[in-house]
Write a protein that binds this ligand. Structure first.
Ligand SMILES: Nc1nc2c(ncn2[C@@H]2O[C@H](COP(=O)(O)OP(=O)(O)O[C@H]3O[C@H](CO)[C@@H](O)[C@H](O)[C@@H]3O)[C@@H](O)[C@H]2O)c(=O)[nH]1
Ligand SMILES: [Mg+2]
Length: 195
C-alpha cells in the first residue's frame, strides 16, 4: 500500500449522491512526496442479475433511457442492461437484487447466486457492484415489471436468446459493462450448455 498523509475532503456536491474532492500527499516509489487531488463520486453500491432459462436458452435483459450516456452520445441513450439497482443502506446485495428483479422485470425470486464482484469505475466512482445469476421460468412471472412509476422508471423487459446477446456485444448494441461481464461469465462457464 502506498504511503499517504494530510488527507482532506471537500464536498463539491451533495444532492442525490455525494461528489467529493480529496487532496492528499502521496509518496512515489522514488521517495518523492507530491500533493495530489482526486474527485470521487459516491452513490453507494449496486447489485445486478442475469436471469436465465436453461430449457429455452434465454436470458432476461432490460432497456431504459440513461441520461449520462445520452449526454455524451445521444445515439446510445437507450441502454440494454441486466436488471440492476442501487443497494439501500440497510439492505443486503441479495435482498436488493430480489426486490429489483420483481420491480424491474416482474419475476419472483427466492434466491440468487453471487458470482462476481466488481468496482465499476475505480478512477471516479466508489461503487462496488455485486453480480448475481438465477434461473427463471414462466411460473415465476408475477407482474409486467417496468420499474417503479414513483421513481419515474420506464423499463422495457426483453427475453432474448443467449446466443443473440453475444452477437449484440460484438455489434455494440450492448455496451453496458456489468451486462457484458455477466454474459461473458455465462459464456466462459458454459452456464446454459451445462444445464
Ligand atoms: N432525482 C434523481 N433521481 C435519481 C438520480 N439518479 C438515480 N435516480 C433515481 O433512482 C432510481 C435508481 O434506480 P435503481 O434501479 O436502484 O438503480 P439503477 O439506476 O438501475 O442503477 C444500477 O445500475 C448502475 C450501473 O449501471 C449502478 O450504478 C447502480 O448502482 C445500480 O446497480 C432511478 O430510476 C431514478 O429514478 C438523480 O441523480 N436524481
Ligand atoms: Mg435499475
Amino acid at each position: 500500500m502506498s504511503e499517504l498523509k494530510n488527507i482532506t475532503e471537500t464536498i463539491l456536491s451533495n444532492e442525490w449522491a455525494t461528489l467529493k474532492r480529496i487532496d492528499y500527499d502521496y509518496k512515489f516509489e522514488n521517495g518523492e512526496w507530491r500533493r495530489l487531488s482526486r474527485e470521487c463520486y459516491n452513490r453507494g453500491n449496486g447489485a445486478a442479475i442475469l436471469l436465465y432459462n436453461a430449457e429455452k436458452g434465454t436470458v432476461i435483459l432490460t432497456k431504459q433511457f440513461r441520461m449520462p450516456i445520452y449526454n455524451v452520445n445521444s445515439e446510445e441513450g437507450m441502454s440494454i442492461e441486466v436488471c440492476a439497482g442501487a443497494i439501500d443502506n440497510n439492505d443486503s446485495a441479495l435482498e436488493t437484487i430480489i426486490r429489483e428483479t420483481e420491480e424491474e422485470v416482474g419475476y419472483k425470486l427466492n434466491d440468487a447466486k453471487q458470482v462476481l464482484t466488481a468496482y465499476t469505475s475505480p478512477g471516479a466512482l466508489t461503487e462496488k457492484m455485486f453480480l448475481f445469476i438465477a434461473e427463471y421460468n414462466d411460473h415465476m412471472k408475477i407482474t409486467n415489471g417496468g420499474g417503479l412509476e414513483s421513481e419515474n422508471e420506464e423499463i422495457d423487459v426483453l427475453e432474448l436468446k443467449f446466443s443473440e446477446t453475444l452477437k449484440m456485444i460484438n455489434n455494440q448494441e450492448i455496451v453496458d459493462a456489468k451486462t457484458i461481464m455477466l454474459l461473458q461469465y455465462f459464456q466462459i462457464n458454459n452456464v446454459l450448455n451445462n444445464k
